[in-house]
Ligand binder design. Structure first.
Ligand SMILES: Nc1ncnc2c1ncn2[C@@H]1O[C@H](COP(=O)(O)OP(=O)(O)OP(=O)(O)O)[C@@H](O)[C@H]1O
Ligand SMILES: [Mg+2]
Length: 602
């Protein structure tokens, strides 16, 4: 068969196959063009999921009649003035999008250049261009795409149900809106609003947070930590959620590189690293990160839909994300997300008279605040109205109630007022109640303190006045003695004592009064299950958990008022103390306003 040059319409249809996969990808190209044209508002409307009609209207700089004609020609662009593919300053740079779309659909471009006193319309159907005609348009540009893929029926067959296609489009509009908070966006379909976002006003970071909460949810706005970091000319900013606000997928993790929404495995890996200590492996935080990176450090021309980029130095970018997130999480100290309280309040509400077990477990009840909270919150079993004491009885206050003393309630976690069921500390804050799971909180404190001391001068030890001999199975005693050096680094000094026992001489000071026998036995159990080759520091979370279990604050211990207050003050001063090692909260705060609502006072 002879080699031949393909006709232009066919060439364009082939190119369209790469650029335009579905309505959402066409919308993405049109919005990017609007943003490149300096638009302050972008309105998108769809019919039938975008299969029948996609219309994007902007108030950008517009085009002259001549520019309109050029715009639909392949490789015609206004965005590469000096043939420089490195220093790309616009979202577009190829001059591919409009001709590709026009090759597979019926397109009408209407535009009025700012300052011009007339508007022009140009129609292209299946790549065939008509003559521009005078038209009516106040300003900016309106692009209408009808019958997408009418010219390439094979592609049409791959489209999904309209509702699904609209979902894809909504996602891309949201992503572009997140990156451009000062631009107003709307998405409408058959007269129904899917999205309506006003242009942000004032400080850019306020605008951004507002825009992110509008899209990612109010909880995110209330529980987000700001990120600001720079390394080797690469700037990272944005907001990350507290670990206690988490989901079962990484869908609400967004990355933007120089204003482009991208999907990058590097992000997910880095985020996993940053949150490793605070979340179970199957839970994911919410976040939106924005990288500003010098153009010669990143290649944006590696994906036909520009959905991926390639970094020159992945390591630097990854390191920057991990360290900035970790830093912000450490700064957050004891904060746990407000959704924790919402989950707890929801649980209380479910227990109210009238909501009998049978009725609230059914699906008949509307999804309220409570269910929303539980979507991404480990259930707070004790608080959900289940019996707390082993015998199922409701016990009375067994802590030592104190006279309310003035200033202490000013502390973020308030003044301890009581201990309930020898497990929960109840504290009064300026405007609410805090309930602390004393064991979970202490476990976290031990872990954080241990890490801190290991990184510094070493773990502080306390010499036992009388060394304690612990009788064990021969194997267990040997395993412990073999690890004596590692254990000493963690503050526990012991040695073999005959063949079936160890003698403990020093213990980690941060554990307080300690049940040495119990601790050593549990550690022996843990060692027997642990991979011999693994260093104890690699399992620090578990080891600290075991240690905290035998410290003075474990569940089931009665605490004096000073001990409770000391624990609260330590939590306030300790990074990450708002959640345990698995992203579960260590305390719940209920605001008076919410409690009043529970009792119908509001
Ligand atoms: N909404 C708009 N307002 C003003 N000018 C526009 C608009 N849309 C397109 N243009 C002009 O038409 C040209 C071609 O647009 P097209 O999207 O095809 O290519 P591009 O944006 O330059 O590159 P890319 O293919 O990477 O998107 C643009 O360079 C721009 O000059
Ligand atoms: Mg473009």
């Amino acid at each position: 068969m002879p080699i031949r040059r393909l006709p232009e319409t066919l060439v364009n249809q082939i190119a369209a196959g790469e650029v335009v996969e579905r309505p959402a990808s066409a919308v993405k190209e049109l919005i990017e063009n609007a943003l490149d044209a300096g638009a302050r508002r972008v309105d998108v409307s769809l019919r039938d999921g975008g299969k029948a009609l996609i219309a994007v209207t902007d108030d950008g700089c517009g085009m002259t009649r001549e520019e309109l004609e050029l715009a639909v020609e392949r490789h015609a662009t206004s965005k590469l003035p000096d043939d420089d593919l490195v220093h790309i300053r616009h979202l577009g740079f190829r001059g591919e999008a409009l001709p590709s779309i026009a090759a597979v659909a019926r397109v009408t471009l209407t535009s009025r250049q700012s300052g011009a006193d007339e508007a022009w319309a140009l129609v292209v159907e299946g790549g065939k261009q008509q003559k521009p005609k005078p038209a009516a348009l106040d300003r900016g540009t309106r692009v209408e795409i009808r019958d997408l893929f009418f010219a390439t029926p094979a592609r049409l067959k791959f489209l999904k149900q309209s509702r699904t296609e609209t979902g894809y489009t909504l996602d891309i509009v949201k992503r572009l809106a997140m990156a451009n908070p000062s631009v107003a966006f709307s998405l409408e379909e058959d007269g129904r609003d899917h999205l309506r976002l006003p242009a942000g006003q004032g400080d850019f970071f306020d605008q951004r947070l507002k825009r992110l909460s509008a899209i990612m949810g109010r909880e995110f706005g209330e529980n987000a930590l700001p990120i600001e970091a720079e390394r080797e000319g690469i700037r990272l900013s944005g907001f990350i959620g507290l670990p206690t606000l988490n989901r079962s997928t990484s869908q609400l993790q967004y990355l933007f590189v120089n204003g482009r929404p991208v999907r990058d495995k590097l992000l997910y890996g880095a985020v996993r690293g940053a949150y490793r200590d605070f979340l179970a492996h199957d839970r994911h935080p919410l976040l939106a990160l924005f990288l500003d990176i010098p153009p010669d450090e990143v290649d944006v021309n590696v994906h036909p839909m520009k959905a991926e980029v390639r970094f020159r130095d992945q390591g630097v970018v990854r390191g920057l994300i991990v360290s900035a997130c970790r830093h912000a999480l450490a700064e957050a100290g004891h904060r746990a997300s407000t959704t924790v309280a919402e989950g707890a309040l929801g649980a209380f509400r479910r227990e109210q008279p009238g909501n009998y077990a049978g009725s609230y477990r059914g699906s008949a009840l509307p999804r309220g605040l409570s269910d929303r909270g539980f979507d991404y919150q480990a259930p707070l079993s004790g608080l959900a109205g289940e019996p707390l004491a082993p015998d199922g009885s409701a016990r009375s206050i067994d802590g030592a109630p104190e006279e309310p003393s003035g200033p202490a309630t000013d502390f973020p976690l308030g003044a301890a007022r009581a201990q309930l069921h020898e497990t929960y500390i109840v504290a009064q804050t300026a405007d609410g109640i805090v309930i602390v799971d004393q064991h979970a909180a202490h476990e976290r404190l031990v872990y954080e303190r241990m890490k801190e001391q290991m990184a510094g001068a070493g773990v502080a030890r306390q010499i036992l006045l009388i060394p304690e001999v612990v009788e064990l199975e021969q194997e267990d005693a040997r395993r412990l003695a073999d690890r004596a050096e590692e254990l000493a680094a963690l503050g526990l000094v012991l040695e073999a004592f005959g063949s079936g026992a160890v003698v403990v001489r020093e213990v980690p000071a941060l554990l307080g009064k300690l049940d040495v026998q119990g601790l050593v036995r549990d550690l022996a159990d843990e060692l027997s299950e642990m991979d011999q080759a693994l260093a104890l520091t690699e399992r620090l979370g578990e080891v600290c958990g075991t240690m905290a279990c035998h410290g003075s604050v474990r569940a089931g211990r009665r605490l004096a008022a000073e001990e409770m207050n000391a624990l609260l003050r330590q939590m306030e001063a300790t990074p990450h103390s708002g959640q345990c090692n698995h992203g579960r909260p260590t305390y719940v705060e209920l605001k008076l306003a919410d409690i009043e609502k529970l009792f119908g006072r509001r």
